[in-house]
Design a protein. Sequence first.
Length: 351
Amino acid sequence: MPDTEYPNVYTMKVAVVGVTGLVGTVMCKVLEEQGFPVSEFIPVASERSVGKTVQFKGKDHTVISMADAIAARPDIAIFSAGGKTSLKFAPQFAAVGTTVIDNSSAWRMDPTKKLVVPEVNANVLSAEDKIIANPNCSTIQMVVALAPLHEAFGIKRLVISTYQSFTGTGMQAVKQYNLERKGFEPQAEEMAYHYPIFENCLPHCDIFLENDYTKEEMKLVHETRKILGTDKMGITATAVRVPVNGGHSESVNVEFERPFDIEKVKQILRDAEGIAVLDDLENNKYPMPLYAKDKDEVFVGRIRRDASIENGLNLWIVADNLRKGAATNAVQIAQYLLQHKLVGEAAMATA
Ligand code: A2P
């Protein structure tokens, strides 16, 4: 992520809801790294964690309850505490004037809420948006790569296969993996999945739906269409949980409306914001989760024509799911709001 300039007269009261969780922890780290101008840091988690301390910018902060956090009227609340928590509490924060950036799936498909990947569609944001949805991790990295290609050649259809890290399921999945890796058999209540994740692949991310797809697969369908502003694009997906400790990979087969030149595709990707092309076959260089770890870019490689269809392309897309797939994207939304004076004191000053 590039260094960011902020309007220096403005400072922000920032709540991180779900601060003790995997994504919450990375959100704090990204806020620190980006020098986001936090005048007051408000760490929030469930009643279980109230009174515990978390570190932010080298200082200890005491975790407080939702009710106390709402009473503190933060300018921004970045949520990663699950859909139910978000459905219940995001409107309560919004009612006291807080802008909520929510990482759960609760609001993503609500037609009154914006679903934002800053490189693609930050321009849809306004000061009136009090609950803003952060897309699903797999969707974020994919649309960063696809948006500039869609603009150039028009995407007709996508066939997606994902290889998703267990860290995307949260703390419990990490505990399950670590127990299994050390040779222990987790108790039923310690299992995040129906089966072992160590030395295994689970074609089952989130719950199964009536159409026999998983909810994760349908998030890729619906969220991609919403962000790219089309309801026509054909999209089909298979989402697989893999024993990778951080980082989602995706094989994406693209069918364009219009013919393309493969060198032009590579150039468009190289020039696009937020993307690093890693496609040097002679030197065996291609994107991998290990390489993407702790980085903010979306890595794209294995860029090649699919000769089995007209206007077909294959891509391999990898990103750190806890960073660009969650925390970094949320912080980038907050940065955009602040830079464009759409939040807190800055918004009021321009109202
Ligand atoms: P806690 O640690 O107190 O349970 P993960 O997805 O990594 O498991 O993290 C989930 C995060 O959401 C944790 O910080 C968790 O807090 C928080 N959380 C879960 N339920 C609630 C709730 N009802 N209110 C506030 N925070 C919650």
